[in-house]
Design a protein around this ligand. Structure first.
Ligand code: URA
Length: 242
């Protein structure tokens, strides 16, 4: 890989900025100052430092985003702000993308990575990855609805796998419910349509977890952090090297 590409991918600066940085003799490869942007390095074995700080090459990046409402789960969009606009430049440079989709008005946990193998493993219907959503519902969700969820709701285009409906609270006076819903799939508007199939309406939806990943409750809406080593090692149970 060219030295300038390596430095850009490490978030040191743009191509032009990196060229200037190299000219100022701020970069060393294996202890020797290098000024040529064209120099070829092996990111795995060569030791590159900038301003005396060693740079660690990361091929794959993993971000946890607390997706706010109003942004779409895509890498580009002509009209709306996307989840990529919530992340840093490095994520955009390294081809990070959202693992699955949340509706524009859904909030909560979204994993973003440039590791296609991991994304594929987490989204594969065969892997049965639990996704837990918290929903505010117009209407009273009942014991019978729990059975209907458990039996597998039939939507117009899909027969859902059995899902779990946990009723957290009901407000009889205002005819509202707060529920957690666990599904192992990710069909279009799936949770909203499952609730609708019971004759009620989701008014607010937030994803709390995806497999072993839990939404970090210290994150504010719109904020992100990189996954921790512990979270990454939990994800390795999906048979992917991270
Ligand atoms: N189900 C939905 O209806 N919407 C989402 O964003 C996610 C799951």
């Amino acid at each position: 890989m060219r030295l300038d590409k390596f430095l850009v991918e490490n978030g040191i600066g743009s191509r032009t900025e990196v060229k200037a940085i190299l000219k100022r003799k701020l970069v060393a490869v294996n202890g020797k100052v290098e000024t040529s942007p064209k120099l070829h390095i092996d990111p795995m074995t060569d030791q590159v430092s900038y301003n005396g700080q060693s740079l660690v090459y990361e091929e794959f990046l993993y971000y946890m985003l607390y997706k706010p409402a109003g942004v779409i789960s895509a890498t580009e969009d002509a009209q709306h702000k996307t989840v990529m606009d919530c992340l840093d430049d490095l994520a955009r440079k390294k081809g990070v993308f959202p693992v699955g989709r949340l509706d524009i008005d859904t909030e909560g946990l979204l994993l973003l990575t440039n590791n296609g193998q991991l994304a594929h493993a987490l989204l594969s219907p065969k892997k049965h990855v639990d996704k837990i959503y918290q929903a505010e519902v117009d209407g009273i969700m009942t014991r019978k609805d729990q059975d209907v969820f458990q039996e597998g709701i039939v939507l117009s285009d899909h027969h859902c796998l059995p899902a779990q409906l946990d009723i957290l609270s009901v407000d009889v006076e205002n005819q509202k419910s707060l529920v957690n819903i666990t599904i192992q799939e990710g069909k279009f508007h799936q949770v909203k349509r499952m609730v609708k199939a019971c004759g009620k309406k989701v008014t607010y939806l937030k994803r709390l977890s995806m497999g072993p990943l839990l939404l970090d409750d210290s994150l504010q809406k719109g904020d992100w952090r990189r996954l921790t080593e512990k979270e990454l090692s939990c994800l390795e149970s999906f048979g992917v090297t991270l």
